[in-house]
Design a protein around this ligand. Structure first.
Ligand code: GSH
Length: 258
């Protein structure tokens, strides 16, 4: 096995690529990183001055950013069933739509759960950590949370803007589904559906997802997810997970913590 996907277990952008690789039956190892400790490796591997995950490392290339990874897969693993050539442009257009609210989803959920949900957030941030790293994150949590708030602009105003942008995209998704279609582009399941479902999964909480399917996560986020939980768009996300997610790669095959 020579491909490695660096992720956060709870990252929705990481889930987009994990699901794409799983669905495409591409063999890889997932390395789940610990917040803060991911920064130096991500900077070094990505070489783009960015600390974001996912990062895909193959013997030939290392790629940071889920959209760039998808484009690379489309080119090098053609024909990729998830991105039929004829609908590639439409798929990437949908992808951009949902990628654009990824940070808003994180911003809004953290804004609503920092404070009351701190114990669970610490658990999420340390679940895949070595004991030493976990102890550091627990001890430094108030400082990390402060840095996180600044980085993601987690303020009352920022959260309100995020809520509006998420609602707009959910309205848009329901508009697309209003003609009774199952899939966003064409008649088959594509990377457009994976992107939409992955990016909204932290709100939809599909039971197949190892983090968002956990009842403790759902309880912690109940207040934050309430504005949209019962919307048709979120039911569609759960339907996509039920129909196409199957067993998550990491439960079936290999996973490492870092
Ligand atoms: N445009 C990027 C966004 C990825 C992103 O924001 N990832 C978040 C986790 S969901 C992250 O790595 N945050 C930590 C950081 O920025 O250092 C992509 O599509 O991969």
């Amino acid at each position: 096995m020579s491909w490695t996907l660096y992720t956060f277990a709870m990252s929705h952008y990481s889930e987009k690529i994990r699901w794409t690789l799983d669905f495409s039956r591409i063999d890889y190892q997932e390395v789940r990183m610990t917040p803060v400790f991911h920064m130096a490796p991500a900077l070094l591997m990505g070489k783009r001055g960015q600390t974001t995950l996912p990062i895909l490392k193959t013997p030939d290339i290392t790629i940071q950013d889920s959209s760039r990874i998808l484009l690379w897969l489309e080119k090098t693993r053609a024909p990729l069933a998830l991105i039929p050539k004829v609908s590639s442009q439409d798929i990437h257009a949908v992808e951009r739509h949902f990628d654009a609210i990824g940070k808003d989803v994180a911003r809004f959920l953290y804004a609503r759960s920092f404070g009351s949900g701190d114990a669970h957030i610490v658990k999420l941030w340390t679940d895949n950590a070595t004991p030493l790293k976990a102890a550091f994150v627990r001890a430094a949590y108030p400082i990390i949370r402060w840095g996180f708030k600044r980085k993601l602009n987690i303020t009352a105003k920022g959260a309100a803007r995020a809520q509006k942008r998420i609602t707009d995209v959910i309205d848009w998704l329901e508009g697309q589904l209003s003609d009774g279609r199952t899939y966003l582009v064409g008649q088959t399941f594509t990377a457009a559906d994976i992107t939409a479902a992955s990016l909204l999964a932290p709100i939809a909480c599909p039971s197949q997802h190892p983090v968002y399917g956990d009842p403790a996560y759902q309880r912690t986020m109940a207040g934050a997810t309430a504005p949209w939980r019962d919307r048709q768009a979120l039911q569609w996300v759960r339907q996509m997970y039920q129909l196409h997610r199957g067993v998550i790669h990491t439960e079936a095959t290999s996973r490492k913590a870092a």
